[in-house]
Design a binder for this molecule. Structure first.
Ligand code: ADP
Ligand code: MG
Length: 589
């Protein structure tokens, strides 16, 4: 069943549920609560499950949504429909302000930061006079269409679930797009994504604001459902519950948020019914059970119930192979002036007392394969990082196509036509080969988040995916295109990185140990590919330890030892150079 059809069936089932005769009204209230919780959880799925940013502050954004509409409708007489955009904007703006400060935090500091302002805002809601302090704001008008007022749980049900289903569709669309690939690379693979032009800081802020707006929407609905806004539902307990919902359902899955909400809301209801019978009249004991369950879940089923459930079904979505006849126009670049394409002049890099690169100079010509060799720790990868802008040189210059690039950020260097692979493979393991490679074409696409959500990006996206497919086929991985990158052998993952680098349509390709982990036949195929690329006009700079591979392939070789260039020449000259034999080749032999 296609995704679209599944959503349609789900929507029809949800629409029919309240029509079941004799449906206890209380169940409808539960379904309403599930929908409200699902909206917040969906934001957390994107933020925490996909983006890797744990937030304990989502309830505060519900609060912004609820209080905004409460104030505007009761004190200024605004219609709830007009206060909806206001609620979303206030939540979003609050998220931008808090996000700019918070998403820079890393590791444990980020959840702690969100927890801190979550608690702070809760107290603010309960102390502000114009928000009614602890009593909150009551007599909020109901949602109304014409003369029809959504006064009871059974009518607002439709507003809530309409919001859930539309939000799920928009979120799924967003994840399946150019912007979405950038978001999905945030958690595992942001270094590579950044190198190919994904603005990771902006992507983090985007998911942060997106999650907050969904929470604001939930808060707006909640205020018109309860017809009141009080501080309690927007406190730390709710924060923990939302996170619990996302983790239970499956924090990496949009529908996991909905499923998690159903599980937790129902469980909470059951626990609230039985726990006081067991432990005496004390309330709110369920949060303790939730806490214990959360710990157990993280231990035993860290990806949640949704992937486990879908794994049971015999569904297997097959990739529709992108149409490779769609062209992606080549990036516009000035023709390089005659002379060497890349010139490294007295480049130096110090890490404290260690001189990793010691005044190294060399050039890479047009249509040339240059190999950089030397023992481990000689400074080869550091040299790559100086060229690609990942590290700033201590001194010296690097120029490309006649232009100095020493202070340019990685993205600008990529845009000029230098792309690379990494010694330690940097792919997003839970994305397919196709999606990983498409990140290489990121800078050649245009569509942003809004266009992606509304599916206005399809033509742009088809061009990017066609280009990615062409490069995958070019490197010989056509059969693996729909497999998860993490499931491939390490050697194949290196080849995927080459395909990704080729999506930049580079003039210079930097390969850091591309043949490591490849079998003999694969190495030969790689050598053939690199020769073809050179003959097609590309320059290649490669670091490699397999001397048979290097001597056979390279036009010229530069040898580094302890950060210093000790030799340069043709493979024949290098093979017999006594300094090189002493420092490196002797050891290799
Ligand atoms: P190669 O790629 O030739 O094996 P590298 O360029 O990775 O060598 O490393 C060169 C030297 O610089 C090594 O001594 C290494 O320990 C040091 N080095 C590399 N990166 C860093 C870093 N980020 N911080 C400190 N030292 C580093
Ligand atoms: Mg290295």
């Amino acid at each position: 069943m296609s995704q679209r059809l599944s959503i349609l069936v789900f929507a029809l089932v949800m629409a029919a549920l309240p029509l079941i005769p004799e449906m206890p009204p209380f169940w409808i209230v539960l379904l309403d609560n599930i929908g409200l919780s699902a909206l917040v959880a969906m934001g957390l799925v994107l933020l925490t499950g996909v983006g890797g940013l744990t937030s304990f502050g989502q309830a505060a954004f519900c609060g912004f949504g609820a209080y905004t509409t409460a104030v505007l409708t009761t004190q200024y007489g605004l219609s709830p429909w007009l206060s909806l955009p206001a609620s979303l904007v206030v939540s979003g703006v609050a998220a931008v302000i808090l996000g700019v400060v918070t998403v820079r935090l890393s590791g444990h500091y980020l959840p702690l930061g969100t927890l801190a302002w979550g608690i702070g805002l809760y107290y603010l809601f309960s102390k502000l006079e114009f928000l009614g302090r602890n009593d909150g704001i009551t007599q909020i008008p109901p949602l109304q269409i014409g003369h029809f007022k959504m006064l009871d749980a059974g009518t607002i049900y439709y507003a809530i679930w309409f919001a859930v289903i539309v939000s799920a569709i928009l979120t799924l669309n967003l994840l399946d797009s150019r912007t979405g690939r950038g978001i999905r690379a945030l958690r595992r693979g942001h270094v590579a994504a950044e190198a190919f032009g994904v603005k990771t800081a902006r992507a983090k802020l985007l998911v942060f604001v997106y999650a907050a707006v969904l929470a604001g929407l939930s808060g707006w609905l909640y205020a018109h459902f309860q017809r009141a806004a009080t501080p309690t539902p927007f406190g730390a307990q709710a924060d923990i519950e939302y996170l619990f919902v996302a983790v239970v359902g499956g924090a990496g899955y949009v529908w996991g948020g909905v499923l998690g909400a159903a599980i937790v809301v129902i469980l909470k209801e059951v626990l609230q019914g039985y726990l006081p019978l067991i432990f005496g009249g004390q309330g709110q004991l369920e949060i303790i059970v939730f806490g214990i369950m959360l710990v157990a879940l993280v231990q035993f089923a860290p990806s949640g119930v949704w992937p486990w459930l879908t794994g049971l079904l015999p569904l297997k979505s097959r990739l529709r192979r992108p149409d490779t006849s769609i062209a992606l126009s080549a990036p516009v670049r000035a023709a390089p002036p005659p002379g060497p394409l890349l010139r490294i002049d007295n480049a130096r890099k110090q890490f404290g007392g260690v001189t990793a690169v010691n005044n190294v100079s060399f050039e890479v010509g047009a249509r040339e394969i240059l190999a950089l060799i030397g023992p481990n720790g000689a400074g080869k990868s550091t040299t790559f990082n100086l060229i690609t802008g990942v590290l700033k040189a201590t001194s010296g210059t690097v120029s490309f196509a006649g232009q100095p690039i020493i202070d340019a950020p990685p993205q600008a260097i990529t845009q000029l036509g230098i792309s690379r692979t990494f010694q330690h493979v940097k792919l997003v393991p839970d994305m397919t080969v196709l999606e990983n490679v498409a990140i290489g074409a990121h800078l050649r696409g245009r569509s942003g988040a809004i266009a992606s959500m509304l599916r206005l990006d399809r033509a742009d996206e088809a061009r990017l995916l066609a280009e990615a497919t062409r490069q995958i086929e070019r490197v010989g991985l056509g059969d693996q295109i729909d497999q998860l990158a993490g499931s491939l052998s390490l050697g194949q993952q290196r080849i995927v990185e080459i395909a990704r680098a080729l999506c930049v349509n580079p003039m210079l390709l930097l390969l850091d140990e591309p043949a490591a982990g490849l079998r003999h036949m694969e190495k030969q195929r790689l050598a053939t590919l690199l020769r073809q690329l050179r003959d097609g006009g590309m320059s290649v700079l490669l670091v490699e330890h397999d001397m048979g591979f290097v001597m056979d392939l390279a036009d010229r070789i530069v040898v580094l030892d302890f950060g210093t260039r000790i030799a340069e020449g043709t493979p024949e000259a290098i093979k017999t150079n006594p300094d090189v034999i002493k420092a490196y080749l002797g050891a290799v032999a």
